[in-house]
Ligand binder design. Structure first.
Ligand code: HEC
Length: 195
């Protein structure tokens, strides 16, 4: 019995050594020349853009709510909303996507967060009517962009501490929105029909 165990052990060692050798000689995939964030293509297909918005929306909202819960205790603390305005600005400059925290209530804490372009104004109107997601594809200067907007409701009683006007808002009614702009890849050229 011990002999069999020993034999199995030896065979395993030999097999592992051969595997390691094979691994060394196997052709490795070509390394990308550079591998920085700047080299990653920023333009994506429409389904990927939709998925990115869903994922980013969860990440951003969970972070803002968590920061408000754990760090914002009184009116003089730095609001998560103000932090978001700064970090969204920085994200936009890196070229990944653009995202803005805008006002839907009509009484913003900062005028700079009022809806600006046509899509933002349309999104505010539709979100106020109860839509839970607004999207469209825009063409600008020969490029395509996926635009999407999602509602921001009054999720914590603490929100009212600084946004006095939120106290009369019905539960679930949006007071703000996150608006995304994702650069879209050009559609693939149509294949010539085979005769
Ligand atoms: C400590 C005070 C404070 C708290 C608490 C707070 N906010 Fe704000 N909020 C601000 C300030 C100040 C701004 C403006 C930030 C800027 O533009 O730099 C802002 C911006 C916003 C905006 C963008 C529109 C606007 O009014 O300018 C929305 C939407 C928003 N907050 C929603 C919320 C929600 C929802 C909560 C609760 C989860 C919340 N805020 C909690 C102070 C606060």
């Amino acid at each position: 019995m011990r002999k069999i165990a020993c034999l199995v052990g030896t065979l395993t060692t030999v097999a592992l050594a051969m595997y390691a050798l094979a691994g060394d000689t196997a052709k490795k995939p070509a390394e990308p020349k550079r591998n920085t964030a700047a080299d990653v293509p920023k333009e994506v297909s429409l389904p990927v853009a939709r998925r990115e918005v869903r994922m980013l929306d969860d990440i951003y909202k969970l972070a803002i709510v968590l920061i408000t819960q754990k760090y914002v205790h009184n009116e003089t603390d730095f609001p998560a909303g103000a932090a978001a305005v700064q970090w969204f600005d920085a994200i936009g400059k890196r070229g990944w996507h653009k995202v803005r925290l805008i006002d839907v209530s009509g009484e913003p804490a900062d005028e700079g967060n009022l809806p600006q372009d046509e899509f933002e104004k349309l999104a505010v109107k539709l979100l106020r009517q109860g839509k839970s997601y607004v999207e469209r594809v825009e063409k600008r200067g020969g490029k395509r962009f996926y635009r999407a907007a999602t509602p921001v409701p009054v999720v914590l009683p603490k929100c009212v501490m600084c946004h006095d006007n939120y106290k009369n808002v019905k539960p679930g009614q949006p007071v703000g929105a996150l608006v995304y702009t994702i650069p879209l890849r050009s559609p693939a050229p149509k294949q010539k029909q085979q005769k």
